[in-house]
Design a protein around this ligand. Structure first.
Ligand code: FDA
Length: 308
């Protein structure tokens, strides 16, 4: 099921079918703040009222032309302005996919993405906040880490994402567990071949624990991005074992997933950040979330059948 849905996430005909059905909006609303910067600001404020931090993601990936890369970059600049005006930038950073700002463009996508990401980092700094670079499929890992290293020369606060399902990630954790380095560790959400990624949930979970041990014991700032109850518990144990006080690491979860657990962690004194996607291009994001939970697929299909 997971593989089928992840393939579906890049299928143009299925995308057309789903995105032209108004019924899918109900399912989308569970995971996506809305289409506009206003929606993103509104949700950030609601989270703030519950002592939750936010990382905002303007939805869109696999940008095919310069115009689209520019529009996405401007959407981030506008959002950062709005957060600043609303007094919310202290508790809200942004998450950026390099593919959305031009990474895949030929012939010099790497340069385009770096230039655009630099503009977003500058705007974030001016607003008093930070950027974290999302990680996409494994063919982009090296390029994304190279761009990160470039960005960190002038913006050392820029965060990275590492995916525990990749066999290489333990070494990447060692490389990035350094002073001032913010690293979000997640399991990984893309369809990857066995040659580069662990195939079973058990192996991914074990890798997650090994990676987290490295990050918690290191000098950086670990961001524990998972909804998995066992891993959340293990993260607490590893933090204590490494002598870390609450606030020297944080938990991160996706908007709409385990909101009660987000609030429980805050109540226990932990720092918790919610990843909030917004924007019109929600299809690929939605398909990855459905792929993670069969129950969501049943809910989604039922709503299509009853109203479609
Ligand atoms: P897992 O999928 O095993 O789920 C554990 C439990 O969480 C489930 O049993 C269920 O209770 C609950 N749950 C999980 N997904 C759910 C859903 N969709 N609906 C309802 N309940 C659900 N990936 C990536 O490749 N690059 C990236 O940059 C990021 N960025 C990122 C940021 C943040 C803040 C988070 C939390 C996650 C990401 N991810 C990501 C996604 C990540 O790789 C992964 O796909 C999801 O977090 C799901 O994995 P879990 O660790 O939650 O475990």
């Amino acid at each position: 099921m997971r593989r089928v849905l992840l393939s579906t996430s890049t299928n143009g005909r299925v995308k057309h079918l789903v995105t032209t059905m108004p019924v899918s909006r109900g399912v989308v609303a569970r995971y996506v703040a809305g289409e506009s910067a206003d929606d993103a600001v509104r949700v950030t404020r609601e989270l703030r009222d519950d002592a939750l931090l936010a990382s905002l993601d303007h939805l869109g990936e696999d940008t095919l032309d310069l115009g689209q890369a520019e529009a996405t970059t401007k959407a981030y600049l506008t959002l950062l302005d709005r957060l600043s005006e609303s007094g919310l930038s202290g508790g809200a950073e942004v998450s950026l996919k390099l593919s959305a700002v031009g990474q895949a463009l030929r012939p010099d996508g790497g340069r385009v993405a770096l230039d655009n990401a630099t503009r977003v980092c500058e705007a974030a700094k001016a607003s008093g906040t930070t950027v974290t670079l999302d990680m996409e499929d494994h063919t982009t890992t090296d390029a994304t880490l190279e761009t990160l290293a470039e960005l960190r020369r002038s913006h050392p606060e820029t965060g990275a994402v590492l995916q525990a399902y990749l066999r290489r990630t333990e070494q990447d954790c060692r490389d990035l567990a350094t002073e001032g380095s913010r690293v979000r560790l997640c399991k990984g959400a893309y369809k990857e071949p066995e040659s580069v990624a662990f195939g079973s949930k058990r192996d991914v979970d074990l890798s997650y624990v090994r990676c987290l041990k490295i990050l918690m014991a290191g000098d950086g700032y670990p961001m524990v991005a998972t909804h998995d109850p066992r891993l959340v518990e293990i993260a607490g144990v590893l933090a204590a074992r490494a002598g870390r006080a609450q606030g020297t690491y944080e938990y991160q979860m996706l908007y709409g997933i385990r909101p009660d657990e987000q609030r429980r962690l805050v109540a226990s004194g932990e720092k918790v950040r919610v990843y909030v996607p917004y924007g019109g291009d929600w299809y690929g994001y939605l398909m990855r979330r459905l792929a993670e939970r069969p129950a969501n697929v049943a809910f989604f299909l039922r709503s299509l059948a009853s109203k479609g």
